[in-house]
Write a protein that binds this ligand. Structure first.
Ligand code: ARG
Length: 466
């Protein structure tokens, strides 16, 4: 007969269908180590409150050590009748310590405050792993930005050639969201740093246990201020899930660029063989699967967040069993990111940019039309007219199938006639190079090489602080 943690007031055991539905050990067993750590801290709290004498505490700690060994070796594992990891561990403890001693540990705690604490401990630990992996990905991208030097490329809006930018600037535009994600993880941890242990089922305990030393033992600096909130709140889990989803979304946007840049038509970048895959039928294929999986997995990371928020919406406040559904969402996110991030970092680190192609494409598609208009503004032409005049040059060049810089001196003289003296008109050519266009954008945050170097230093500093 399965050993439930309840049953005194029931005349029949649970139906097999309920047992199947209720069981969570298939996913919550990964919290067993943290639960054992919580049990050790709780045993000391019971001892301080006079509810376990020193000898009982020593035997309890010994039994918990032995149970830990059995869990580590796999000698002890959940059985089909165990409702959750806590039920399984109590069965294991009683097997070792007997129920005179083992049966005492549950005093003054509930699975409601226990599980709320465990998910925080687990997430805080994995947030650090994710931060380390994300930092490596951000650093790989920074290294590429540094290696890009002053290579220019077409900057696009609406996917259309817009203005030339430094390749380094474009890459850094993907570094900054990752810097913010790292900051989000760090800021989140401050809010997660409060222990629900001691909240009991919802109202606290009558047994005189001090929750602060328990919190400290478990790596928290403080205790939740409200026992109902401590057991019922999952915003801390949802906020983690948001950051994980955001990381996925941020990676997916870079992934999409890499996929496009890697097409034959763009040919901006080449993927290393170690980070590409082939086709089972088309021998020539070399596919960007890492980037595609990053793009695809962003969907499931967002889905995990959406599912969790939907579970929480409208839930009455204190504990309800719905809350058991918080775990799989974030476990899936962490599992997903822990395999995605190293592969993503490796793909980024091994990209080879086709600098000649980027440079050649940078000024094309009339990407220097803004520079032309702004040159006119510097000659005193109101921007409204400068825009028109530049547009007229684009029209002329488009008709001839050439770029702006290929127009004749006479063309500029004619188009600018009412605004710029004829002898000065051809000087516009001085701004009609991609290199000149990026160098001219030297306001803070702009794409001029010295500004890009400045932001790379800023980002490196921000990453070091994290
Ligand atoms: N396994 C549950 C969870 O993960 C905790 C158990 C609380 N169950 C209960 N009947 N109070 O949320």
């Amino acid at each position: 007969k399965p050993m439930a943690l309840w049953g005194g007031r029931f005349s029949s055991g649970p139906s097999p269908a309920l047992v199947e539905l209720s069981r969570s050990t298939q996913f919550d067993w990964r919290l067993a180590d943290d639960d054992l750590a919580g049990s050790r801290a709780h045993a000391r709290a019971l001892n301080r409150a006079g509810l376990l004498d020193d000898d009982e505490l020593a035997r309890m700690e010994q039994a918990l050590d032995e149970l830990q060994d059995q869990v580590d070796s796999g000698a002890f594992a959940p059985e089909p009748g165990d409702e959750d990891e806590a039920t399984a561990l109590e069965r294991g403890l009683i097997d070792i310590a007997g129920d005179q001693l083992g049966g005492k540990l549950r005093a003054g705690r509930s699975r409601n405050d226990q599980i709320a604490t465990l998910i925080r401990i687990w997430l805080r630990r994995h947030a650090r792993v994710l931060a380390k992996d994300l930092l490596s990905a951000a650093q790989a991208l920074m290294d590429q930005a540094r290696a890009a030097g002053t290579t220019v490329m077409p900057g696009r809006t609406h996917m259309q050639h817009a203005q030339p930018v430094l390749l380094a600037h474009q890459l850094m535009a993907h570094v900054w969201p990752l810097v913010r994600d790292l900051e989000r993880l760090r800021d989140w941890d401050k809010r997660a740093d409060a222990s629900p242990y001691g909240s009991g089922a919802l109202a606290g305990t009558t047994l005189g246990l001090d929750p602060l030393p328990v919190a400290r033992d478990l790596g928290f600096s403080r205790v939740c201020a409200n026992s109902i909130d401590g057991t019922a709140a999952r915003d801390v889990v949802a906020e983690f899930a948001f950051v994980a989803a955001m990381i996925g979304v941020d990676l997916s946007r870079l992934a999409e660029e890499i996929i496009i840049w890697n097409t034959q038509e763009f040919a901006f970048v080449r993927l290393d063989d170690g980070y590409s895959t082939g086709s089972s039928i088309m021998p020539q294929k070399k596919n960007p699967d890492v980037a595609e999986l990053a793009r695809g997995k962003a969907g499931r990371l967002v889905g995990d967040l959406a599912g969790l928020l939907t579970t929480l919406k409208g839930l009455p406040t204190a504990y309800a069993r719905d809350l058991q559904e918080d775990k799989e969402a974030v476990f899936d996110q962490v599992d997903t990111l822990e395999v995605l991030l190293p592969a993503f970092a490796g793909m980024v680190a091994t990209l080879t940019f086709n600098k000649d192609r980027l440079e050649e494409q940078a000024p094309t598609g009339f990407a220097l039309a803004t520079d032309l208009a702004e040159w006119l503004v510097r000659q005193g032409v109101p921007f409204r007219h400068a825009h028109e005049l530049s547009g007229a040059c684009v029209k002329l060049a488009e008709g001839r199938g050439c770029e702006l810089a290929d127009l004749d001196d006479g063309d500029f003289v004619k188009v600018f006639a009412d605004w710029v003296p004829a002898d000065r008109a051809p000087e516009v050519r001085s701004v009609l190079t991609a290199g000149g266009a990026v160098r001219a954008r030297r306001g803070q945050g702009g794409t001029a090489p010295e500004r890009v170097k400045e932001q790379m230093d800023q980002a490196a500093h921000a990453l070091k602080e994290l």
